[in-house]
Design a protein around this ligand. Sequence first.
Ligand SMILES: [Zn+2]
Length: 205
Amino acid sequence: MSRKKLRRRPSMKNSPERTCVGCRQTGQQADFERFVLDSARRVSLDVSRKLPGRGAWLHLNAACFELAERRKGWQRAFQPPVLVPDVFFEQCRQICEKEILAIAQRQRQTGDLVLGIDPVKSQIADLDAVICSATCRTGVIEFLRQSALPVVQIQLSEHQIGECIGLLKPVHVLGLSRLSSRYRERLTRFIGAADMKSRKSSKSI
Ligand SMILES: [Zn+2]
């Protein structure tokens, strides 16, 4: 079967082309996260994508982090001296978790957050995404992953999640419903990164 290959021409209107400092592939800005140097010349994640100064772009995944380090991508992207923080990868993962929980907290305020394993299971058809604790049972996560929803397991306990979203009780599973397209996009950005497994700390250079 011959299939006409469509040449992908991404719209450049709102998303300029960027190059990953890890794998060096180019793509639309929306596929990358922006990094800047802080006042101590440490590379740091710019979740707002708006901080002043020179920015470098990276696919937010473990492989590209690794490549950026190995190929000295950060040093190439910024004027020296450039410091890559210890546990940089882990730090970025934690920032992403915070962003995800901030979205959950916002959904809670608008009444669009479902709390707990059983309520999430029974309302799964109405949800947009699911967040699980680090201590959530594998069977539960497997069940949730069978849905077509994005499911992210973050490295926080049920108690920490409860605290983060201002509850007085621990909660293993959060279901997010009625996400606006803006928040859906934000969530998608951070889910990939939060899913990155922690690994050994990177060295500072
Ligand atoms: Zn990359």
